[in-house]
Every structure is written in C-alpha cells, then in structure tokens.
Ligand binder design. Sequence first.
Ligand code: HEM
Ligand code: HEM
Length: 231
Amino acid sequence: MAKYSGITSKQLLPIVHVLAILVLVILIVWNYYFRGGFGLSGNAVFNLHPVFMFAAFGYLSGQAILVYKTVDGDKTYQKAVHLTLNGVAVLVALVGVAAAYKFHLDNKFDNFYSLHSWFGITTIIFYLVQWILGFVSFWTQSIPSAQRAEVLPWHVFFGFTTFVLALVTIQLGLLEKLTFLQKGSPPLGLWSREALLVNSLGIIVFIYGAIVVLSALIPHPTAQEGYRSLE
Ligand code: HEM
Ligand code: HEM
C-alpha cells in the first residue's frame, strides 16, 4: 500500500485551513465576548496577545512549513513563499509579545517569570535564528552545495522542533490564562462555559498541529525515494 494510505498533503490542506480558522474564531469570540474585547490599553491590549500569537506561529508558520507539499511552482518560488510566510510570522509574533509586555508594564507586573514566557522567548529566538540561517543557506546560497546538503536535514529538524515548541507554548499560555481567571475575584467557575471553551480550544490546537505535521511528513506524490532537491 502507498505511504500514508495514499493520502496527499493537498487533500489535507482544506482541513488544516478549517481548523486554523476555527481556532482564530474561537480566540476572537473568547476575548471579545468574555474578556472585554480588543484595544491598546488595559486588558484589551493583552487580549491581542493570544490572537496574534496563534495567527503567527500557528497559522502562518504552519502554512509556511506546508508550502513545499501544497504550493505548485518551481523550487525558487516555493522557497520565496516559505521564507516570506515565516518572516511575516515572526513580525506578527513580535507585535503579539509586545502586547503582553505592555500589559505587564502598564500594570507593574513582573516580566518573563512563567514557564510559558520562557518557552515563548525561546520560540521567538529559535524562529529568528532558523530564519537567518535558512535565508543565508538556501536563499542566498552563500555556502557551498556540499555544506547545504549537510545543513538541510538540520534545518528541517529544527524547523519542526520550533513549530512544535510554539504549539506547546500556546497550550501553556491557555493554561496560564485560565489559571489566573480561576484564581481571580470573582473566580471563574471550573466548569463554566468559558473554561470549557478554552479547554476545547487547546484540543483543537493540538489536532491542528498534528495534521500540519502529518501533511508535512507525507512525501510529495512526485518525490523520488530519499531525494531532497537542493536547488
Ligand atoms: C507561541 C505562542 C506564544 C508565545 C511565543 C508567547 C509568548 C509570551 C511571552 C514572551 C510572554 C511574557 C510577556 C511578559 O512577561 O512581559 C507571554 C505572556 C503571557 N502569555 Fe503568551 N505567548 C504565546 C501564546 C499565548 C497564548 C495562546 C495565550 C493564551 C491566552 C497566552 C497567554 C499568556 C499570558 C496569560 C501571559 C502573561 C503571564 C505570563 O507572563 O506568563 N500566550 N507570552
Ligand atoms: C523561521 C523560519 C523557518 C522555519 C520554521 C522553517 C521550517 C522548515 C521545515 C519544517 C521544513 C521541512 C518541510 C518539509 O519537509 O516539507 C523546511 C524546509 C526547507 N526550508 Fe525552511 N524554515 C524556515 C526558514 C527558511 C528560510 C528563510 C529558507 C530560505 C529559503 C528556508 C528554506 C528551506 C528549504 C530549501 C527547505 C527544503 C525543502 C525541500 O526540499 O523539501 N527555510 N523548513
């Protein structure tokens, strides 16, 4: 039987989009209806954080990873889309972190104390390093082809690791926010509609991540066994 039962990445792409849009809609509904909406100060500025972070490292970066399997065109075109989507993801993420940082600063809260924020900083640093090294190695091709062949599997490994790290960070962020709310005054009910919505969100994010990874693992239908082009 064909690898992965003959399923192609392109067939999975609509599911990837639907799940990502569902996550974004739930994040917006949650922060708009339950948390007071969006703005540039107070809680409203913090509420931008989860939406921007998933849009960046969940949706945009997930699409960037799938480019080689789902976007038609030559390798140069695919690389251009891959590096642009990942680059925009990093910029959107920086705005998202600035929103959380401003909220902490305005309220004189400590910064960078939680495991979520440590993973968050690490994710952003990994994305930046991965992008710069990817750009130098595969776009400008300023290293010899033998070294590019050496670097590529590591690029792929660190790319997936960084994407998974981002997904873990998102889950920790959801948990962090929910824990604050459940210990707040008045405390959010453990079985409240809002708590159930956020838990469900975490499950959908997990399923989304799993399908992105599956789509990236499925070989391109025209790929030869063990072959990875270095053009
Ligand atoms: C990959 C995605 C994410 C990254 C890289 C990230 C990164 C960060 C960073 C660096 C901070 C520290 C800000 C500061 O201390 O000034 C922070 C704070 C926070 N984030 Fe996220 N975040 C992400 C997603 C989320 C999501 C989806 C939520 C869900 C609500 C969330 C909830 C929070 C909360 C509650 C805080 C304040 C408490 C704390 O510092 O841990 N984050 N985030
Ligand atoms: C934060 C930035 C980046 C991340 C997270 C990332 C992640 C990944 C991942 C996960 C793959 C494996 C995709 C697959 O097997 O289908 C990959 C492949 C690749 N990436 Fe990146 N990448 C980043 C930046 C870049 C940049 C800036 C370039 C420059 C052009 C680049 C060039 C490539 C190339 C040439 C491949 C191999 C495609 C193939 O032949 O299968 N990447 N990247």
